[in-house]
Ligand binder design. Structure first.
Ligand SMILES: C[S@@+](CC[C@H](N)C(=O)[O-])C[C@H]1O[C@@H](n2cnc3c(N)ncnc32)[C@H](O)[C@@H]1O
Length: 213
């Protein structure tokens, strides 16, 4: 029997939980404003990961309005979040949402280009959540791996690109071919980097999980 992806996602969502009331309201507003945030089933997965990994330090690339950051902090007691966003309009909304969640003290929001910040950062992170400009992942990977603690986990969202990543280059629209090639190159690098163990899971739009030995 062929697997219906929409049906699968709906089914998984049933078991994903919905988080706090604040989380739901941030998500609803983000949807209404066309702000791309992690899907419900990915949020459920992130909650599970945070409870399992119990990180103390999290680096997020792609804050948007703070939704996934708050999802992670809710499930990772004591964790500090460093999160990077370059879109001026979203930064004040993210700050207001972190404040409303009571997490301002636990969050450092770095304003500006992630590529620039990644070069400057020197901390070590238990978890890195990568969810920004997909075409840049391959360029950011060396700095991300430098910043990931030994035993730390990199979680990369949207690696399946609604199924495009699986397709041959020729089945992809011309304008999407660069991102298609870069995402494949990024996944190949994850698998080929010595000392990194990676897998791709079919949750939401596909997530790559990588643990650094
Ligand atoms: C998919 S959204 C992040 C959603 C967020 N993680 C969530 O689920 O709540 C990606 C965000 O990355 C930001 N972004 C894209 N390229 C960036 C860059 N080079 N530096 C910093 N932020 C970037 C975008 O402005 C956007 O808000």
């Amino acid at each position: 029997m062929e697997l219906d992806k929409d049906r699968l996602d709906t089914f998984i969502r049933l078991f994903s939980g919905s988080g706090s009331e604040l989380i739901r309201s941030i998500r609803e507003k983000a949807m209404a404003d066309n702000v791309p945030v992690i899907r419900d089933e990915m949020a459920g997965f992130m909650r599970f990961m945070m409870r399992t990994l119990r990180p103390q330090s999290i680096l997020e690339i792609g804050t948007a309005v703070g939704y996934s950051g708050i999802v992670m902090l809710e499930s990772a007691p004591g964790a500090k979040l460093t999160t990077i966003e370059n879109y001026d309009k979203r930064i004040p909304q993210a700050k207001a949402n972190f404040e409303a969640a009571g997490y301002s003290e636990r969050v450092e929001l770095l304003e500006g280009d992630a590529g620039e910040w990644l070069k400057k950062l020197s901390g070590e992170y238990d978890v890195i959540f990568l969810d920004a400009a997909k075409g840049q992942y391959i360029n950011w990977l060396p700095d991300i791996l430098r910043l990931l603690k030994s035993g730390g986990v990199l979680i990369t969202d949207n690696v399946l690109q609604d199924g495009d990543t699986l397709q041959s280059r020729y089945a992809i629209r011309h304008r999407d071919r660069t991102i298609h090639a870069r995402m494949r190159e990024f996944l190949k690098s994850l698998y080929e980097t010595p000392g990194l163990i990676s897998c791709v899971i079919n949750v939401g739009d596909g997530a790559a999980l990588s643990v650094k030995e």
